[in-house]
Write a protein that binds this ligand. Structure first.
Ligand SMILES: [Zn+2]
Length: 152
C-alpha cells in the first residue's frame, strides 16, 4: 500500500512538473487553474477538445477554471505550437494535442473529430494562392453522418 501511495504521488509530481514546463514554454504564469488545465489537456495523449468541453471536464474533475482562462491558455498554447487549432467552418473551435499535420473526419451529429490515417488523402492540382499570399497549409475535413441502418 505504501509503495502504491508513493508511486501515485510520484506520478502526480511528474505530471505537475511537465504541466509547469509547458506553461513556462508558453510564457504563462503557472496559476493553479492553468496547471490543472495543462495537466488535464495532455493527460490522455492525442485528443480533440473544444474550450467548453475542456472547461466542463475540469469542472467535473473538481478543478473549476474560468472560460476566459481556458480560451487564453488554449490560444497561447496554439500560438507556440504545443496544440493545434483545427480549422472548421462550424461554430465550435477544436484544439488538437496531436500537433503533427493530419486531416480530420467530422461527425456532425456527435460534434466529434476523428483523425484521418496519414497518407490516405492525395491532394493534386492546387490553385495558386491569390496574389500577395503564400499557401501555408491544406487542412481537409471530411464530414460524416451515421450510415442508415438497414432493417431486416
Ligand atoms: Zn486530430
Amino acid at each position: 500500500m505504501q509503495h502504491f501511495a508513493l508511486s501515485q504521488r510520484d506520478t502526480l509530481t511528474a505530471k505537475r512538473t511537465s504541466a509547469r514546463d509547458l506553461l513556462a514554454k508558453a510564457g504563462l504564469r503557472p496559476t493553479r487553474q492553468r496547471l490543472a488545465l495543462a495537466e488535464h489537456l495532455f493527460a490522455a495523449g492525442g485528443r480533440h477538445v473544444s474550450a467548453s468541453d475542456l472547461r466542463d471536464e475540469l469542472v467535473r474533475k473538481g478543478a473549476p477554471v474560468s472560460m476566459c482562462c481556458v480560451y487564453s491558455s488554449l490560444r497561447r498554447l496554439s500560438e507556440i505550437g504545443l496544440i493545434r487549432r483545427v480549422p472548421m467552418y462550424g461554430a465550435t473551435a477544436y484544439f488538437d494535442t496531436e500537433t503533427s499535420h493530419h486531416h480530420h473526419f467530422y461527425v456532425a451529429n456527435e460534434d466529434r473529430l476523428i483523425n484521418v490515417p496519414n497518407g490516405t488523402i492525395k491532394i493534386r492540382d492546387i490553385p495558386a494562392a491569390p496574389e500577395g499570399y503564400d499557401l501555408v497549409s491544406i487542412d481537409v475535413v471530411l464530414r460524416l453522418k451515421p450510415s442508415s441502418q438497414q432493417t431486416p
